[in-house]
Every structure is written in structure tokens, then in C-alpha cells.
Design a protein around this ligand. Structure first.
Ligand code: 5AD
Ligand code: SF4
Length: 344
């Protein structure tokens, strides 16, 4: 089948084989058509509304050493911080005031935040009427269960790549098996599960990306967040080639074609590579934005990669700018919680 026929098949049946996905990934002339098809499928399945999730980056301390990430334990150049409970709860309260319905509690894998501490925060935040997404990495089944009972609704844990050898090369002392175990536990416990990958890691093949997309489907992911890999000068991958936006947009669009009803954020890494990257993503399959409501110094210090978009905005200025931009492209801000509604 040629690319045009494959895109039509994907848009109608939401099924492609690994080779078919690979064919589309390799055909550079198919780029625009894939993005457009994803935009139509997005409109048909999840509508024009954009769901906003307020992001709180509550600790930049991490015990891991992912080779691509600025927060890796062995990076001595980071001003490390760990927010106090009150600071986190004040930000959650502000999220309510700003009109957000979901908060995302994101942090490095920081052992200071024990099960009890996280449960305490979840219970307090739940009482504010917010949906809660956690993004604090790999934990035990028992932890995930306790977090769910305390009010966590969703969990973000990117698989990063399904190429096992590559995963273990870039995530020293972490095991691919355990990553899968975590994702399966989260599914079992009834979370809305978000996963995703980095696009453009050195030595990542197109074939592995085709498999990544099929993995999202197989897992039954509810949300897929993916972004371009942006080399960080403070990490071992500092000399990787300059990142580009297009491949990540294309992988995102293909993901929308194959998982038509899931929630897909236009990620900050996309906006970092191009001033209009977020809007482009929203017009190529995405339907979620995660505005960062972390304030002050902490906002500057959560530096996974350089030049992170919005690091200098305030939460309110960002919200106003975003709402105006969304209005320009005819995309209303959702007033609901934005749960994943399964349609296929
Ligand atoms: N460029 C882009 N994304 C990155 N992440 C970590 N480091 C980078 C980087 N250099 C992503 C990972 C992680 C998420 C929180 O941030 O995919 O899962
Ligand atoms: Fe830690 Fe996550 Fe960065 Fe890895 S990607 S070093 S787990 S913050």
C-alpha cells in the first residue's frame, strides 16, 4: 500500500502493522498528510476542547541517573529543592483559583517522599475537589495501591523507549522489566495510565518507534505524552545532534491515528523547540496542555533540558496567553475533568 492508502486505513480502522507504521515513519513526503489526518481523527473522537492540567514540580531531587536528563543524581550543577507540604498545598489551592480541574504532582524519584507523605498530600489535595495525576516514577504495587486509595486518579510513567537494550543503556541501574511491571500494576489498580517516549534519542531506530506505538495500544494507555529529546549540556548525552520538532510531531500524529480516543498533551519540549510548537501539536492530534504552575526559583530549577519553554512566565501570565492562543485557533478550554472516554 502507498502512504496515502495507509493513512486512510489508519484514520478509518485505527490499525496498522509494524511494517506499515515504519513505512509512514520513513516516508518524509507523507508528513503533512499524517498531521492533517490526526487532526481530523482528534476532532471526531475527542472534540475541540482542550483539557488543562496544572503541573506542580514539587521536587527536583532524583536518585536515578538517566543519561538524557538534567535532574540525574550525578549532575552537580542543579540547585536542588524539595517543597514543603504547605508550599505544595498552597499551589494546589491556587490551581483551583486559576480554574484548573486537575493537578499533576511531578517530581524526580525522591526517597524523602515516603508512602505516608504522599498519601497525606493526596488526601489534602483531593479535598479541594481536584482530579490528581501523579508522576513520581517507579514504586511498589502497595505504594500505587495506597496512592489510589488516597485519591490519585491518573499516573504518568513514560516507557521512554521499548527498545530494551537502549532503555537499559540510557537508564543505568533501572530495569525495563520493572518499568513494565509498574505500568501493568497501575493499569490493574484502575488508574488512567499515561505513558510515552522520547523521540530522537541517539541510536533509536524507526523500527523501535513503530513498536513503541503498538506498545501504547497493547498496554491500553489512556494518555500518551511524547516529546523530542533535547540534549542537555550537563549530561553524558550533551553531544547528541541538535533536536528537531518534526519527527516528534509525526510520531504523535501516528499515535492519534492508532489510539483515536486517548488524551495526548502538546508537550513543553515541543514548545521549547519552536515558539509555536504547542499550537502545532494541538493541530496535529493533541488535546491536552499541562500549564506549569510552579513558581519562583523552583520553576527555573526543574531543568530536564535547556531552554525549557515558559520557565520565565508566571502561572497567570501563561494561562492568559494560552487561553488567547487557543481562542485564535477555535479551541475552547474544557470546563470538565477530561477523563478518557473509551470510544473504540
Ligand atoms: N529532553 C526531553 N525530554 C526529557 N525528559 C527527560 N530528559 C529530557 C530531555 N533531555 C523527559 C523524560 C521523562 C520526562 C519527565 O521528561 O521522558 O519521562
Ligand atoms: Fe530522574 Fe526522571 Fe530525570 Fe530519570 S528522567 S533522572 S527518573 S527525573
Amino acid at each position: 500500500m502507498n502512504s496515502q492508502a495507509l493513512i486512510a486505513k489508519a484514520a478509518e480502522t485505527h490499525f496498522l502493522t509494524e511494517d506499515e507504521i515504519l513505512h509512514l515513519l520513513q516516508d518524509e513526503t507523507a508528513h503533512e498528510a499524517i498531521l492533517q489526518a490526526a487532526d481530523s481523527v482528534r476532532k471526531k473522537y475527542v472534540g475541540d476542547e482542550v483539557h488543562l492540567r496544572a503541573l506542580i514540580e514539587f521536587t527536583n531531587i532524583c536518585k536515578n541517573n538517566c543519561l538524557y536528563c538534567g535532574l540525574r543524581a550525578e549532575n552537580p550543577c542543579v540547585n536542588r529543592y524539595r517543597m514543603q507540604d504547605e508550599q505544595i498545598l498552597t499551589l494546589a489551592q491556587k490551581a483551583v483559583t486559576y480554574g484548573y480541574k486537575t493537578v499533576v504532582l511531578q517530581g524526580g524519584e525522591d526517597p524523602f517522599f515516603t508512602t505516608e507523605k504522599v498519601v497525606f498530600l493526596l488526601q489534602k489535595i483531593k479535598a479541594l475537589g481536584l482530579a490528581i495525576t501523579l508522576s513520581i516514577g517507579e514504586r511498589s504495587y502497595e505504594d500505587y495501591q495506597a496512592f489510589k486509595q488516597a485519591g490519585a486518579d491518573r499516573y504518568l510513567l513514560r516507557i521512554e523507549t521499548t527498545d530494551r537494550a537502549l532503555y537499559e543503556k540510557y537508564n543505568p541501574n533501572m530495569s525495563f522489566e520493572n518499568r513494565l511491571r509498574c505500568l501493568n500494576d497501575l493499569k490493574k489498580l484502575g488508574y488512567e495510565v499515561g505513558t510515552g517516549i522520547l523521540v530522537g534519542l541517539p541510536d533509536q531506530t524507526m523500527q523501535s518507534i513503530a513498536r513503541d506505538i503498538l506498545f501504547f495500544k497493547e498496554l491500553g494507555a489512556d494518555m500518551i505524552g511524547l516529546g523530542p529529546f533535547i540534549p542537555n549540556p550537563q549530561t553524558p548525552l550533551k553531544n547528541a545532534p541538535q533536536p528537531v520538532l518534526e519527527p516528534a510531531l509525526k510520531v504523535m500524529a501516528l499515535t492519534r491515528l492508532l489510539l483515536p480516543d486517548v488524551n495526548i498533551p502538546a508537550t513543553t519540549a515541543m514548545e521549547t523547540l519552536e515558539p509555536n510548537g504547542r499550537i502545532k501539536a494541538l493541530q496535529s492530534g493533541a488535546n491536552v496542555v499541562m500549564p506549569n504552575i510552579t513558581e519562583g526559583e523552583e520553576r527555573q530549577n526543574y531543568a530536564l533540558y535547556p531552554g525549557k519553554a515558559g520557565a520565565k512566565d508566571t502561572p497567570l501570565s501563561f494561562r492568559d496567553k494560552l487561553t488567547a492562543k487557543l481562542a485564535e485557533i477555535g479551541r475552547p478550554v474544557s470546563t470538565g475533568y477530561g477523563w478518557h472516554k473509551k470510544k473504540i
